[in-house]
Design a protein around this ligand. Structure first.
Ligand code: FA5
Length: 331
């Protein structure tokens, strides 16, 4: 392009003008470009227009047409740049009521809380009331009154979270059995749900803090058959009619006889231990002032995590306490 070629100069003026408006990011820059290219006194288009007068008559027509095209293009670029830089400030001030709203993320109850609430509801329908007890317990309620003497290995400090010699984080909800019977005469029909603590090594099915549901029924003539009926009703209501339950002989100091409660699901390949149960030991009745010749009773204690995991197909108990929203959001 030679300096002397007026058409070529118009072309580069046009492309510089378009580039200047395209690069303008705010109204100040748009205005500066407007003055540079379209200014009435010193604008570059104005000077290009002046040049027309000095051209040979034969060149005037072509130059004039090219000039008009360049001017139009630059004016359009000005309009486009104006509306582009103005748009954000309009959007910032105005509320567009036609835009779809942002849905707030709703929280919901933790799967363990859901399980606990469902158990309370279920046993409520069988006539069981809800009781609570403290998580920091004394050795009387956690051991002594439950027929666990001082020499018993269950009291070992390596198996419990002691706070002082006489207090500890309760290791089982059976403590609540004692608290209830101390405070009310028979008949009793209660469940207690809550946290319990044991220094167990965490793995897929064990965690040092977990939850149990305790059941206690005391009345004249309560038998092992009542225990099995209640647990079977519970299992089929909570987990489905195709659940089988099985009692295995076991030992707990506070029940005699004692059993381990296993459950087997349709499609499952093995029995899963859900908890312990049995007939309340006469020594426990004596410790709370009940007459073992007058009343009998059954008690059971099941792991709530195990029930919740079974119900939802959760493979690892540790997921329940990791607070990963992607996991919790599924329930
Ligand atoms: C007891 O705790 C007895 N108190 C149950 C009982 C109550 C027996 C009333 C008789 C009468 P056990 O230690 O087996 O029993 O625990 C009961 C259930 O708690 C277990 O079957 C299991 O489901 C659950 N459990 C035990 N330890 C853990 C743990 N570390 N993590 C998660 N669940 C556990």
């Amino acid at each position: 392009m030679s300096q002397a070629d007026p058409i070529a100069e118009l072309e580069s003026l046009e492309s510089e003008g378009l580039a200047a408006f395209a690069a303008a990011r705010d109204s100040g820059a748009v205005e500066a470009a407007r003055i540079e290219f379209l200014g009435q006194k010193q604008g570059r288009l104005k000077s290009a227009q002046e040049r027309l007068k000095s051209l040979e008559p034969s060149a005037k027509k072509a130059y004039g047409q090219r000039f008009n095209a360049a001017k139009r293009a630059i004016e359009e670029a000005l309009e486009a740049a104006k509306s582009r830089v103005e748009r954000p400030s309009i959007a910032a001030d105005a509320i567009d009521v036609t835009l779809p709203g942002l849905m707030p993320k709703l929280g919901h109850r933790h799967p363990l809380t859901q399980t606990a609430d469902e158990l309370i509801d279920l046993f409520g329908r069988f006539g069981f009331q809800v009781a609570r007890g403290p998580e920091v317990e004394d050795v009387r309620h956690n051991f002594e009154a439950l027929n666990i003497p001082l020499s018993h290995p269950a009291r070992d400090p390596v198996d419990n979270f002691y706070i002082t010699d006489k207090t500890l984080l309760r290791s089982q909800t059976s403590t609540v059995q004692i608290r209830i019977m101390e405070n009310q005469p028979p008949p009793v029909r209660v469940i207690a749900i809550g946290r319990v603590y044991r220094p167990d090594e965490p793995d897929e099915t064990h965690f040092p803090m977990f939850h149990q549901i305790e059941g206690l029924m005391v009345d004249k003539g309560v038998t092992m058959a009542d225990l099995k009926t209640v647990l079977r009703l519970f299992a089929s209501s909570y987990l489905g009619t195709d659940v089988k339950i099985r009692f295995r002989p076991s030992f707990f100091p506070f029940t005699e006889p004692s059993v381990e409660v296993d459950m087997l699901w349709h499609g499952g390949d093995r029995w899963v231990e859900m908890g312990g149960a049995g007939m309340v030991d006469p020594n426990v009745f004596r410790a709370v002032g009940y007459d073992p010749d007058e009343v009998t009773g059954f008690a059971f204690g099941l792991g709530i995590e195990r029930l919740c995991m079974r119900r939802h197909g959760i493979k690892d108990i540790r997921w329940l306490t990791q607070n990963d929203a992607r996991f919790l959001g599924q329930f």
